[in-house]
Design a binder for this molecule. Sequence first.
Ligand code: RFL
Ligand code: PHB
Length: 393
Amino acid sequence: MRTQVGIIGAGPSGLLLARLLHLQGIESIIIERQSKEYVLGRIRAGVLEQGMANLLRQAQVGARMDREGLVHGGVNLAFNGRLTRINMAHHTDGQSVIIYGQTELTRDLVEAHLAAGGIIHYEAPAIAVAEYHTTQPRIIYEQNGQRQEIVCDFVAGCDGYHGVARQSVPADKITLFEKIYPFGWLGILSDVPPVNDELIYANHERGFALCSMRSHTRSRYYVQCSLDDDVANWTDNAFWDELRRRLPEEVAEQVTTGPRLEMSIAPLRSFVAEPMRFGNLFLAGDAAHIVPPTGAKGLNLAASDIYYLSRALIAHYQEKRADLLDRYSDAALRRVWKAIRFSWWFTSLMHRFGDDLLNQRLQVAELDYLTGSVAGQTVFAENYVGLPYEQFE
Ligand code: RFL
Ligand code: PHB
């Protein structure tokens, strides 16, 4: 098999890239390890920056997001038993975020891509990327127990943290930066109305908590948990009790509880691989970097990578230009590192780190300062709504 751009991974990065290329007449094939049902059933992120929303509209998959997504111009920080709202729109010239689940967005992308004749091979794990330093890189994969190959002009490694694209590069050609946090997030999804119109990030001496949502009738809540905790240790009631203990009283009283649709534990990690280009192999999204979920940046970084990568590939095919391909890694990484920094900082500010009482007092002092200062609120707001994409043309 032959194609122009071979894409490994049918998550948001791979699908969005395929879609943007297709609209410019550039062909691709996506290889996905899991089944379609599995990919469409995953519960992950829920907050879209404006830059990402615009890119989805450009990819002609924004209609349902614009109909069903919830626009939030503010976000709440809870600490010391009280709730403070940061008016993000006010501090960023009217910018906001859109609450729209990654699950829904993935469905929109898959449906649009398949309807336009796009090719996605599910249950087809890539094993390696070969000869990526030549003009004919190959993706080697398996399907129905058979070894297969796709010869491409370029390979996009959109295969997430555990993918093979990054691992196909020799260790001495790639630099990895990693930090693993000493706790996880226990999350519940439940068909109950959210406790608040906008998100609440809570710092509490028992540990962090987050009140989020997917719609007016579906809530997503998280509590910080220990790394060796297990979902089997948690009944629904135990989760709701722990959540309420970590929220200001007037909020806790308003929480509507219900049975779980899903409950899971996610570890927290900061990770960056540099560079993001190796010959004609390009890494994008979680394949190249991971952020802890505290700033809601993981999915949004996948989108900014694809903004840069799609433009670079389009300039190559339509204008025979190589300069944007050459600049891809640096441009993407500049934005990645700023989001890595914001997510690390927000994680450090909101979570309980053991019994470090000094640290707890410092966190409260910083939150008090941040929420009481126009400069502090502005810094928070412009990072949360998403730093701008660089001009890339
Ligand atoms: P994805 O979504 O992981 O997609 C990668 C795809 O590649 C496939 N794959 C392979 N395919 C073929 N051959 C192989 N050898 C392959 N190896 C892997 C995988 O099956 C998968 O379909 O990466 P992508 O597209 O870069 O998108 C990134 C986002 O998904 C990610 O940043 C966010 O979901 C991160 N994240 C969260 N971000 C937030 O902003 N807020 C959240 O609440 C949030 N929760 C989460 C998350 C990520 C999680 N993961 C990865 C474990 C919760 C979880 C559980
Ligand atoms: C979510 O709704 O799943 C969510 C929202 C905000 C975050 C992380 C996760 O920072």
